[in-house]
Each structure stands twice: as C-alpha cells, then as structure tokens.
Write a protein that binds this ligand. Structure first.
Ligand code: HEM
Length: 534
C-alpha cells in the first residue's frame, strides 16, 4: 500500500513538473515565436527572440557602450540616448519588434499611427502596467490609474491646472526664483562669477512650486509630507540598482520596514492636514466658497470631492489622496527641472539666442521688475526656445501603450496585449518630419506656432497626446518661462569648462555628468543703460 502511495505521489509530482515545464515553454518559447511569426507575415521584423532574456543582453550592451563616454557638443543625441532604437531602426525600419525579456514591444514612430493610438482609436489602448518598483515611486494616482477611477480623478484635479488658477501662483513662484538667485549672488567671486550645478538647484525650486500647487495654504505641512515621500522614493530607487525579485517588497527587510514606517507617517500627516482643512471649511463659509477665493490646490479639490459624494462608489479616500500626492511629486518635480536644466544648457551653448531672449525679457519687463501674468504671455522668443528645448531634449523620451483587444493599427493587425513603444525622442529628431536641420537648435522653426513647425501635426509630443496628455504642462511652461526670464534679467551664462555633454536616460533624460554653468552677474549700470536705451 505504501509503495502504491509512493508511486501515485511520484506520478503526480512528475505530472505537475511536466505541466510546469510545458507552461514555461509556452510562455517563454512557443508564444514569443508565434508572435514573431504573426508580425513577420505582415513584414514587421526585429532582432530575434532569445529564450527568457529576449533582446535584453544586446540592448543593455548597446546602452552601456553608448553611455560609456561623453559625446561632442551636438544635438544629435538619439544614437547615445536610444542606441538600441537607432541601431535596429537602420536594420529593420522604424516599425520593429523588440523583446524586453519575454515581453514584446512594437516600436511606433509614424505620426499617423501615433495619432491612432493616442487620439482616433485611443479606446483600444491603455497604459501598460508599470513595473512594481516604478509604481511604488509614481504612486497609484493619475499617472497609472485606468478606466472610471482615472476619469473621475482627472475631472476633479483638472481645475488645479487651469491657467487662470496657475496665474495666481506667479508672485509666489517668482519669489522662490528670486530667493534662489539671491543665494547665487551671495556666492559670486570677485570677478562677479559663480559656477552653479543647475540641475540640483532647479530640483529644489520645482519641488517648492509643486508643493504650493498641491497644498496651497498648507504649504509648510505639505512640504513635510513631500519630504517623507522623497525619502520613500530614495528607498524604492535603491532597489532599482539591484536584481528584481518578484514579491520582494512584501518581505520584512530593513528597507521595506523603513518604507512601511514612512508610509504610515505620510498617511498620519495627511490625515491631520485633511482634518485641519476640513475644520477651516466648517469655520465660516462653505468649503466651496473658501476654495473659490484662493488658488484651487490639489488637496483642497480632492477633499471637496470626498465631501461632496461620501456614499458613492467613486468616493475619494485618504489613500487616494496619498497616491495622487505621490503622482504629483513624481510627475512634476524632475520633469520641469529637466526642462529648465536642458534649456539653460542650450542657451549657454547658443549665446546669440540667449542675447535675443534677454532683449525680449528686458523689453517686456524691464531689468528688475518681476514678470507679471500679462508679461509672461508676451515672451514669444522664450516660448520658441522652450519648444525647441522640449523637441531636442524631451524629459520623457518614450511612452508605452498596450492593445486592450485585437486591433488594426494602420495596415497592421495587432494582437491583444501587444505593447507599443512610442519613442518621443526619435519622432522629435526625425529629418522626414523636421527637415535636414532636425538635429540643430533652431527655435525660429516655432515662430509660426507649433502646428506649422513641422510637416506633421503629431511630430511634436513632449507632453503626450489625447485624453492622457500631461495635466501639468501649463504649470511646467509657466514655471520655466518665469524662472528663465528672471535669470536672464540678472545673469549672463556659459558652459563651465568641466561640462561634459552626455544626455542619458534613467527614467527621464538627464545630463549624465551634471550641468555646471558659469553665471556672470549683469551689473545694474549696464541694465539701467539698456532700460534707458529701449
Ligand atoms: C516639462 C515638464 C513635463 C513634461 C515634459 C511632462 C510630460 C508628460 C508626458 C509625456 C505625459 C504623458 C505620458 C503618457 O502618455 O504615457 C505626462 C503625463 C502626466 N503628467 Fe506630465 N510632464 C511635465 C510636467 C508635469 C507637471 C509639472 C505635473 C504635475 C504637477 C505633471 C503631471 C502629469 C500627470 C499627473 C500625468 C498623467 C496624466 C493622465 O494620465 O491623466 N507633469 N507628462
């Protein structure tokens, strides 16, 4: 009897092992080969799939090699930043398959197809599921939500970013910039110069502005919440450097215990903040009346929404607010500071445009007056410069969508679940769309507006496109314009001798060896002369 039991157990174990091996073989071999065949019948090819690792080894090899040394001072950055795309595009054309492990991605850089994915047939596509570590960083807010919950949150939060609302922030934004520049001035040498690593300073600046947009009058308490979230992000980012083990974040490791503690603290602080705001609504006037008076901050709008429909399914919870705060912090801070960093580098590399931009600022605002909301609209040259900066150095270089169902994309048949990689950077550098000078810094291409700058309306997508377009773009542009205008009023700047041109990507596009810039204080007399002359 015992022997029989032994044989049954062995048989069961062998059967389960066989099923497991078959499942693995289907997932890691048969399915990828079937997908390759499906696409090759339609003329779409790509580097061949390798068991389990896909094209990961070649891809990492190319990326590491490309980033191993700086490049010349040129804007032809695609071969360095997206080396795998640049390499395989030459072999397989712009629409090709690439394997990130057993997950396939179809690269799509044809603007007609991009328009289908984001606009005309967007209902067939959704955001892909972010890597659990990325999700920990970006939060479960607008960036990653899907379906009804996303639509509900987007509707509630949208008024925060209306231009009329953002303009109320201009004086406080300008004050943050002036405070930063006063600190630079205090560091000036006898020759009136100072070397500044701008990317670090711009991060502190944008953090301040995002905090005000998110928390409004509860700025100080909000800052403490963001500080805790920043610590949590550091812990999560640390794991990126290590091999990913599924489920690792649930183990009680030292890092995870710290992260859970931070999570608890963040929630506690936010609950306190929410209660405080709710109390202030009750003490005189309705919540709505109070909100209409001041700027509409993220926190206020979300609290208002959680009060207005407490029993409905779509109620906003404290957890929702926590996640939206994370999303805001993650999406808004580095992106805007990257835009400021690259634009400062570009203006340092192209002094004739720096002079032109400064002349405009001095004409519109004078040499010392802080730009007002009416001034900001008049800074056309600065606008063109920012557009060109976002074209050549888009902080988000690519985005991904997933087909929700079998769908036709142009002439191609795309099976459900296929991921589509849209290389924003490659579209922005495409000579077929931008002409032979695609890799040159030429802001005047935007002189007739964005629509006329290229040969296709979808050739310029630094903020994405369609319903999931960036909600914070007005804030980013406003902050960038204001910051650069005030810098141009006070300083002339050049690249520091130690600057090495090395755009690279770690989630966002950033300068691998930093951005040291030399700022020369513009004397009051020279500026006053300019004011009199104009
Ligand atoms: C130069 C600055 C910025 C750039 C280049 C940028 C770029 C983008 C892009 C490309 C997307 C779309 C991603 C996709 O379709 O997969 C996006 C979405 C988003 N951005 Fe920005 N962004 C910037 C600044 C900001 C700021 C300042 C905030 C908020 C404070 C923000 C919040 C968001 C959010 C919440 C989404 C998700 C929107 C949704 O799916 O409904 N961004 N951004």
């Amino acid at each position: 009897m015992e022997e029989l039991l032994f044989w049954i157990k062995l048989l069961l174990l062998s059967f389960m092992t066989l099923v497991f091996v078959l499942k693995v073989a289907v997932l890691l071999w048969w399915r990828p080969k079937k997908i390759e065949l499906h696409f090759s019948k339609q003329g779409i090819r790509g580097p061949p799939y390798h068991f389990f690792i896909g094209n990961f080894k070649e891809l990492m090899g190319m990326m590491l090699k490309a980033s191993s040394q700086p490049m010349p001072l040129s804007h032809n950055i695609l071969p360095r930043v997206l080396s795998f795309y640049h390499h395989w595009k030459k072999i397989y054309g712009s629409t090709f398959l690439v394997w990130f492990g057993p997950t396939v991605r179809l690269t799509v850089s044809d603007p007609d197809l991009i328009r289908e994915i984001f606009s005309s047939k967007s209902e067939f596509y959704e955001k892909n599921e972010a890597h659990p570590l990325v999700k920990q960083l970006e939060g479960d807010g607008l960036l990653s939500l899907k379906g009804e919950k996303w639509a509900h949150h987007r509707k509630i939060i949208t008024p925060t970013f209306h231009m009329e609302n953002l303009k109320l922030l201009i004086p406080v934004m300008a004050k943050c910039v002036v405070d930063m520049l006063d600190k630079w001035s205090a560091m000036l040498s006898d020759t009136g110069e100072v070397e500044i690593e701008v990317s670090e300073w711009f991060q502190i600046l944008t953090e301040d502005v995002i905090t005000r947009t998110a928390f409004g009058s509860s700025y100080e308490d909000g800052k403490a919440v963001f500080r805790l979230q920043a610590q949590q992000m550091l812990l999560a980012a640390d794991v990126f450097q290590k091999i990913f083990i599924p489920g690792y974040r649930f183990f009680p490791t030292k890092r995870n215990i710290n992260s859970w503690k931070l999570d608890k603290e963040i929630k506690k602080s936010l609950v306190k903040l929410i209660d405080k705001q709710k109390e202030s609504f009750c003490g005189g006037g309705s919540g709505n009346e109070k909100l209409e008076k001041g700027p509409k901050d993220l926190l206020g709008l979300m609290i208002q929404a959680s009060n207005s429909c407490p029993s409905s399914n779509s109620n906003i919870t404290v957890d929702d607010i926590v996640e939206e705060c994370k999303s805001f912090f993650f999406a808004g801070k580095q992106t805007t500071s990257n835009l400021l960093t690259w634009t400062t580098i570009l203006l340092a590399m192209h002094p004739q445009w720096q002079v032109q931009a400064r002349e405009e600022v001095l004409r519109v605002c004078g040499s010392r007056d802080l730009p007002t909301k009416d001034d900001v609209v008049k800074l056309k040259t600065l606008n063109m410069i920012l557009n060109e900066s976002l074209r050549l150095y888009p902080p988000i270089i690519a985005t991904v969508r997933q087909a929700k169902t079998d769908v036709e994309l142009g002439v191609y048949k795309i099976p459900r679940g296929t991921e589509l990689l849209i290389p924003i950077l490659a579209v922005h550098h495409d000579q077929a769309l931008w002409g032979n000078d695609a890799n040159e810094f030429n802001p005047s291409r935007f002189s007739q507006g964005v629509a006329r700058a290229s040969k296709h309306p979808v050739a310029y997508i630094p903020f994405g496109l369609g319903v999931r377009t960036c909600i914070g773009q007005n804030l980013a542009i406003l902050q960038a314009k204001l910051t650069l205008a005030i810098i141009l009023q006070r300083f002339a700047f050049t690249l520091a001798p130690s600057y090495q041109h090395a755009p690279t990507v770690l989630m966002l596009l950033y300068p691998q060896y930093g951005a040291p810039i030399i700022f020369q204080h513009l004397s009051q007399t020279a500026m006053a002369n300019h004011d009199q002359g104009s």
